[in-house]
Design a protein around this ligand. Sequence first.
Ligand SMILES: O=C(O)CCC(=O)C(=O)O
Length: 257
Amino acid sequence: MSVQKATPLPLEKAVHDLEHDGVTIIPNVFQPEQIARFRAQYDRLFTRAMDIVQQGPEDSYELITHFDKEVRANKTAFADGEGGGIIETAPGRHDFTFGMDRGVFGSDEFQKPPIIWTVMKHLFGSRYVHNSGMLSSTVRSDDGPWHRDIYNLQGSAKADGTYDDFAVVHHFDPFYYTVLMPLVELTPDNGSTEFVQGSHRLTYAEAEDKPHLQFRMAPGSAIIFDGRIFHRGHRNKSSESMPVLYQVYTRDWYNDI
Ligand SMILES: O=C(O)CCC(=O)C(=O)O
């Protein structure tokens, strides 16, 4: 596995990386003082999220992931009564989506970072939508599962659990991008996301022997990846939790729930 350092990339390089590798880094999306304000709001919402988690689950949620097989796991879901939710994606890892329409997270400053919007406008042209949320990986969290961020567009998996991903990687134009915006330095030690290079354009079988990528990057930078790429969050081996903000940009026909 190679660990790459972030270097400044022009728009053309980002677009090239996304087409060829399925993932790129955009440096200097946010300034340190913006990261500090985002962190303060994140910490408030994270504390509330953990209070809700302590009260116990409200529902269970079918989390479907695709790697060698389709995996349907019942994940614990917690609701805050305000339309948002919290999902435990693996022990010590949560994805929470409440409070993103308020305060600094509801503002254009977070929702419309100029450089990200320039890239998305270039990639999509028109007819795209976006949503946002937060990820947490506490110390001693487990590895997350390998997955693509998209659903199986061919419907359910076959009886043996395998699924057909040929059309979606070989015939579809990109329709889903995830943007990860860490609020701390991201390193292999605290669990920087691992990607199978180029697998947004490869079936599971074709991607098996491809190189894996992991990035080291400063807070204020962002990782953009094609949601079809195989990836997973890594166990946090450091002594600090790893807070990450995310945005998802999709074609307007895709329902990202
Ligand atoms: O927690 C991570 O590093 C991975 C995030 C992830 O899997 C995702 O955004 O789909």
